[in-house]
Structure formats: C-alpha cells, structure tokens
Design a protein around this ligand. Sequence first.
Ligand code: CUK
Ligand code: CUA
Ligand code: CA
Length: 641
Amino acid sequence: MTQDKQLKPTAQAGIGRRSFINTAALASLAGVVACTEKPSSAAAPVASAPAAGAHASDNVTHLKPGELDTYYELSSGGHNGDMRVLGIPSGRELHRIPCFVPDALVGWGITNESKKIMGTKPDGSLKYTVGDTHHIHASYKDGNYDGRYAWVNDKINGRLARLRLDYFVCDKITEIPNIQGFHGIFPDKADPVDPKINYTTRVFCGAEFAIPLPNTGADVNKPEKYHSLFSCVDAESMEMRWQVLIDGNCDLTATSYDGKLAATNQYNTENGVHYEDMMSAERDACLFFNIARVEQAVKDGKFKTYGDSKVPVVDGTHAANKDPKTALTAYVSVPKNPHGVNASPDAKYFICAGKLSPTVTVIELAKVLDWFDGKLEKLDAAIVAEVEVGLGPLHTAFDGRGNAYTTLFLDSQMVKWNVATAIKFHAGDKTAKYVVDRLDVQYQPGHVNASQSETRAADGKWMVVGCKFSKDRFLPVGPLHPENEQLIDISGEKMVLVADHPARGEPHDFIIFKRDLVRPKQVYALEDFPLATKDPKDSGVVRNGKKVTVRLTSQAPAFSLREFTVKKGDEVTLILTNLDKVEDLTHGLAIPKYNIQFVVNPLETASVTFLADKPGVFWFYCTNFCHALHLEMRSRMIVEA
Ligand code: CUK
Ligand code: CUA
Ligand code: CA
C-alpha cells in the first residue's frame, strides 16, 4: 500500500501570517481579529516533513488498532451543551456525555430519569433545552484526582452539573440563584479548618455578568445595584451552601491545595454595564476568598438573601473588606481585563493572564494569607512577578517541573516560561531569561491543559491546545469549521507539535488525567433502579384509570412483550429494563410518531411517559444494534381508538 496513513500537522504558516495578526491585534484592543485573516478555501497540502525537530522524548503518539490511550481528556462542548471524553495521545473522541441539553442517541431529555435531573416545567416539559459548557474540573483527594466526580458549568442558564465518573453520566444539576453568565468553576482540594478532610467537599462557581439584585426590572439603570455572586455548592448533596456579593465579573476560578483560598479573576472591576466601560481601567483584580472566614460569617448570621432564594449571601465587596483582619475577600490588582487564573502544581502560586495586557501575573498564596493575618502591609506585595509573555495571554498549564505554558490568543502561539526565573526577573535580575520556548499554533488558542496539570501529580508529558480557529487545517466542510485541538509533546525543553484533532464546536476547557485514576463500570446493577423489572414474567400492562403502566424487559434479540394495548387518551408510562448483563449489550427503544427513543445499557432501567393521542399500530423497535436479529427486535404498541 502506498497510501499515506498518518497525516502529520504541517509546519507553521510563516512569519507573514503572524505579523499580520499582530498588526491587526494592535489596532483592535478587544482582540477580535481572527476573522480578518485570509480565508482558505482548500485543504492544506499534506505535510511531507515531520513536525519540527526530533521527538524530545519516547512519548508514543500513534496508537495501533486495539491499543489504548494512556490518558483521559474530559472536555466541555461549549454551546453544544455537552461533555466529551477523549483518549490522549490519540485524540480519539470516545464519548459525549449529555448533561444540560437533550441527546438523541441515548434519549437524554426523553426518559423520565434524565428529565428529572435536567429539570422540568409544571407541564412536564424540559425547563431548558440549551446550555453552554465551558469549564470542567474533577474531584480531588491528596492533591490529585480521585475519580469520584467531575463538574461542568452551563453559562447560559446558570447551572452546575455533576458527572459520576464510575458510569460517566450526569447525575445531578443545580441551578444557582440570582446569577447570570455562570462561568468559572473549581472544586476545593481540602478543608480550610479540618486537615483530615483532604478531599473535595465544595465546588466554587463564579458568575460573570452583574445583574440588579434582586433582578425584578426595578433597577435597570442603577449600576450601583448591579452585582455578581460567587457561589459555593456542596459537592455531595449538590445543594447551595452560600454566596458572596462581589465587585467585578468572574472569569475563571482556582483553589489552593490547603483549602484556605479560592480565587477568581475579575475583568470588570469598573462594574461597567456597557462594553467600553469594562475596559476603562488599567487594572482589574484577582479576587481571593478566605473560605474559613466566609463560612464563619455565614454561621454568625452576617448575611442577607435576595428574592425567593434562601441562600445566605455575605458581603465581599471591595468597600466592605478594607480591613485585612476581618476581610472575607482580597482584591489583588492585576492588569487590564485578565483572563484565566490557574494554580501551580507546587501549590505556591496563582497565575493570571493579562488578555489586554501582554503580561502574566504571579501571585504568591502565602503572601495573600499573610495579608489576611495582618502580616503583609500592602496586598500588591503578594505579586511576585508580572512579566511580558506576548499578545493576548489567556490560560496557563504546568508541567510539574517549574514551567508554565500560556496561550497567546493574538500571537497564535504557546509560550513556555519558567515561573522561578520570571520571579527573579521581576525582582530586578534583568538577565533572567524566563521565556524558554515559543511555538506557533493553528490558530488563536484559548484554553490549554497539560497531563495532570492542575494536580500535584503534573507529569509534563502532553499538552493539548484548544485552538479556536482551524481554517486550512482540515478538509473544508462548509462555513462552520471545527476547532483544532493540537497535541504537543512537552516532555523536552522544546515544545513539539505532534498532531491536529478536529473538535466539534466548541470546547473551552478540559482536563487530562492518567487512565488509572478512574475505574469505569460497564454494567449497571439491577438494584440501583427501584423501577426495575427483574423477571421477564413480570412484564405487562397495569391500568389505573387513565394512567397505564407498561413494564417490559429486553434480552437480545427480543422485548419481553410481543405487543401491548392501550387506549387513546391514556397517559402511558413505559418502563424498560435491560436484562442483558453482558458488557456492550445496549438496546434502544423507539416508538414511531411518538417522538420517543432512548437506550438501556446492560441491567439499566429507564422509563418514558407519554399521552397515547394517536390511535393505530406502532411498531416499537430496538435502535441500538445488538444481535444478528436486531432488525427483528420489534413489537407492536396498539392504541385503540
Ligand atoms: S473562557 Cu473559553 S477560552 Cu470560558 Cu475558560 Cu478562556
Ligand atoms: Cu436490541 Cu437491537
Ligand atoms: Ca476592566
């Protein structure tokens, strides 16, 4: 065979493109420049040369058929409203986990069980059918992922979803009161007061948009009434614990390894309600929360509530927290409209990227705690470095060897820089060369993450860069391009671009962790489902007035009932238990003209409720290929007129 099997990413498109972006970028403060690049109508030529330089390591990138990846990537799906699971280094997409938005494949938003998690209106229909996931983080123990849960935000409707990492399914969704534009999330890694609790018990949630509180239509033109809230959700119960009233708009959230601090970077400390106002100040803030003090204030009853919500809200505004000894919050000044705050794996620093400033700011956590303790006079002294890295810095990943990797949106680059050297440079040693390497990426990177980056076990092997634009990187598919996730080998001194993976819009953040940190189960247990039909002989129709319950089971290649009969006007609840217990033996159930389709995995039970409003014969059939006689796996629903 002479076919070219593995396409390598092409080398960078050259200096012309970059200088073009830079010129355009300077002309546009807001940085929306990517679309001014010349579009390309054809696919890029197949690369003939391998990616620049020899591999710095023995990282294996090309998996042969049957070989498994060594890392999981959990990625958000943006306004697709879903979550994705990929294998790294292959970049193969393994699964999409629906949470906020219906999913036709599995029947998410169709079954009663998934609708209950998603939330319904009084008439039983879904409360929301759109979502916008950005940030995904997993539960911790001892500073590393413990494989229990992951959480993801919905920016549009202000919801937090939890995923169980034993089954890779969403099991709870919480709607956060009195917020809009819910953006950054981060689980805590320990308890601030009880050292025995060295695992996640809280999830912090930053609201981006300030709204009048309460938002009743009364104070729309009073900017002083606009606030956003920083929220704490209980990791186990998924109930709201407390909220903090703050100045500014939250972007990302980060937490310290000792559980004492959470932070969010604030890009609109001006509290502007119009676009221009949000960029008027030269500096904004990285806002720190003293978790123990916030919880004490809640205990002491120093809170209010807004509207119908019973959730306690403490005052974390700048004006109310000037005295370090009582402050709940600390506003550390960082340059103009910062984007992203990330905790370094050595547990010492939080790093904010400048976005509209070409800098990154390194904040030492011990010094922030000193300020709260009255031992550091000026909060600004917690900043131990503020150095230039390039244009449009957004997010930062770590390799566990003291290096940070920051996306440069406007420069279309990754910059690798050494944190300790940057601190030296900032302290006055102008010979300290903190920039280690630069690598052009294709194009306009937003998020980045490295293997195990935001844990104490950061291993510096792989980095994935989420490029917002893909242009000439893939075969053209019409106007809507995929995004481009680029795999980069970071095991050596130089970053090496290894592969491009298209991603359907629009992943923002993702985490990459070792595969043995989770133990996914592939078969359910019957006992987990109160509605389960354990014996096919228990199948049948039970009528209670106009309410009809139909129980049936599936075992390849048949449903337990060959037919069932209901009457027009009945409210039918159909409960299906899959009695096949073999891994990978999933069945589906679809009812033509009734807009119903869902799947049941091995030993899973799921149900649907619908109004039998159309008389006739309806062949309900198995949608998930399960057997040589899969096509024959169908039965009749008879709806009598
Ligand atoms: S934001 Cu998307 S690129 Cu939601 Cu994390 Cu920075
Ligand atoms: Cu059961 Cu196909
Ligand atoms: Ca600002």
